[in-house]
Design a protein around this ligand. Structure first.
Ligand SMILES: *[C@@H]1O[C@H](CO)[C@@H](O)[C@H](O)[C@H]1NC(C)=O
Ligand SMILES: *[C@@H]1O[C@H](CO)[C@@H](O)[C@H](O)[C@H]1NC(C)=O
Ligand SMILES: *[C@@H]1O[C@H](CO)[C@@H](O)[C@H](O)[C@H]1NC(C)=O
Length: 465
């Protein structure tokens, strides 16, 4: 029966077409991750030279979005990744700010010249005054996961948060050191003042006599000592950065960014509240070698620990530490010693980009199952940063970057097992309701058809369908 079979095909067709847009919408909402790859303005490095540049108004995805990951690496003009033993990436950081509409900020503007009334910082949620970045890593950038798990994201471009009359923009700071031909590659990467022949800082102020190395000695356009007679071409390089994001909607839960620093001089006092203004973070410190102080019973490991009171509460979603060569791991503990999150360095073993021997090429990250690690407001956490003392180090770092969510996905609060948002469950319910309804309609249609057929010639073919 041709007409009957056609009817069935049409019904099946309707079912399929009805379910397709729904399933697309469903997966689209959850998984439609968009990706953009950008390159920074170029920087040019010759053997021993340093670039520490601040690029304003850099490319960044537009609109009200939730960033899912932010990865970066140094490349040359042909797009080839450059290994750390040639160009050491001390750090890159990405900072948000708001600028009055109509005020032009060019890539290379000096922030000091902006009129304060035209420029508003859009920093992270804390807790160091001077570490306001949203994203940022160093030599470990190629093998460190920056992914924010579902249903979370780093919300940016929220019109409700942008001060009226202002627009949101992004600044990228890239600090890179060319160590080709360096007399002491590690010394150059650790910004040892003697190798840079530096006694005054960037602004001409004399350095403390005990300042042996660190950022104050490898500022923009300083020069590290190169082997006598070594020559190599100056090269044009870029930071290539890849941003993944989803459009912000009710299915995405925002996370807040907090950065802790092992050199934070914060001390609890009767009046302390733990707010940003109380946290003075020196960012860098030195490691004495164990032959200077004797082996001791520390196993030649420098362990630093500080206690910090959390001025916020929420659920830990992601954590990662930043250390320099010599680092052996960092962790966050609760006051009773319970491990909350640890991040350990991966050292390279070869020559190629992403695996350079002697350099930290990745940091492990922690992704607690959402909802399992809660930080209470006012809770004291312990930050720990370990370094090997086999040799002396200057300008090392011990930062810890965490993402914290205020909320858990709604079904998780109720069921603890379903990792889906209310929204997507709604869509699925509607989909199944639609399918069931169409099914009922189909059965009625078949029954009616069958009866009509029976009443007509013969009813057998209908059974064969
Ligand atoms: C900054 O802007 C304000 C208001 O537009 C103006 O009154 C002030 O003179 C400006 N300051 C400088 C240093 O340009
Ligand atoms: C180091 O700096 C001093 C003072 O700035 C200068 O006189 C001297 O020539 C420099 N040495 C080298 C090796 O560049
Ligand atoms: C740091 O070193 C101490 C002492 O050696 C050790 O107990 C601790 O587990 C280390 N922590 C990390 C995160 O490696």
């Amino acid at each position: 029966m041709a007409s009957y079979s056609q009817g069935c095909l049409i019904l099946v067709g309707i079912l399929v077409t009805l379910s397709l847009p729904y399933s697309h919408a469903f997966w689209g909402n959850e998984n439609k991750i968009q990706t953009a790859v950008f390159v920074s303005p170029k920087f040019v490095l010759g053997p021993g030279s340093v670039e520490n540049r601040f690029y304003y108004n850099v490319d960044f995805p537009k609109g009200h979005i939730a960033v899912k990951s932010f990865d970066a690496e140094v490349i040359d003009e042909a797009g080839n990744p450059i290994p750390l033993h040639e160009t050491y990436l001390h750090h890159w950081v990405v900072i948000r700010y708001y600028v009055r509409k109509g005020v032009e900020i060019s890539e290379f503007d000096n922030p000091r010249k902006f009129n304060e009334s035209d420029y508003i910082s859009g920093r992270n949620s804390g807790i160091c005054q001077n570490l306001g970045q949203f994203f940022g890593l160093g030599s470990e950038t190629r093998k460190t996961s920056t992914h924010v798990p579902n249903p979370y994201g780093i919300e940016v471009g929220n019109p409700a948060e942008i001060p009226s009359g202002f627009e949101e923009q992004w600044m990228l700071n890239v600090h890179a050191i060319d160590t080709r031909g360096a007399e002491d590659k590690l010394g150059c990467t650790e910004c040892r003042c003697d190798l840079y022949n530096i006694t005054v800082d960037e602004y001409g102020r004399p350095l403390r006599p005990d300042y042996k190395g660190g950022l104050l000695c490898c500022y923009d356009h300083t020069q590290c000592k190169v082997k006598h007679g070594f020559e190599a071409v100056r090269r044009t390089l870029y930071l290539r950065y890849t941003v993944k994001w989803v459009d912000m909607d009710r299915s995405v839960l925002p996370v807040k960014i907090y950065i802790f620093d092992i050199t934070d001089s914060w001390k609890r006092s009767r009046s302390s509240t733990g707010i940003i203004a109380e946290h003075e973070c020196k960012v860098e410190y030195d490691i004495e070698s164990c032959d200077a102080t004797g082996m001791g019973d520390d196993g030649c490991i420098d362990t630093r620990r500080i206690s910090l009171d959390m001025p916020f509460g929420g659920y830990l979603i992601y954590g990662v530490a930043h250390q320099h060569s010599g680092g052996t791991g960092s962790a966050l503990y609760r006051e009773d010693g319970q491990l909350m999150c640890s991040s350990l360095p991966t050292y390279g073993e070869g020559e190629e980009p992403g695996n350079e021997a002697g350099y930290i090429v990745g940091m492990t990250t922690c992704y607690p199952k959402p909802g399992t690690v809660e930080i209470s407001k006012g809770e004291t956490l312990i930050l720990e940063s370990n370094y090997s003392r086999i040799r002396h180090h200057t300008g090392v770092m011990g930062l810890f970057y965490i993402l914290v969510a205020d909320k858990l996905p709604k079904p998780m609060q109720a069921l603890h097992t379903v990792v889906q948002t209310q929204d997507s469950i709604m869509v699925v319910t509607i989909l199944w309701a639609a399918v069931a309804l169409i099914g009922v309609v189909a059965v009625i249609a078949v029954a009616v058809h069958y009866r009509l057929k029976r009443e007509g010639e013969d009813g057998y073919e209908a059974i064969g369908m």
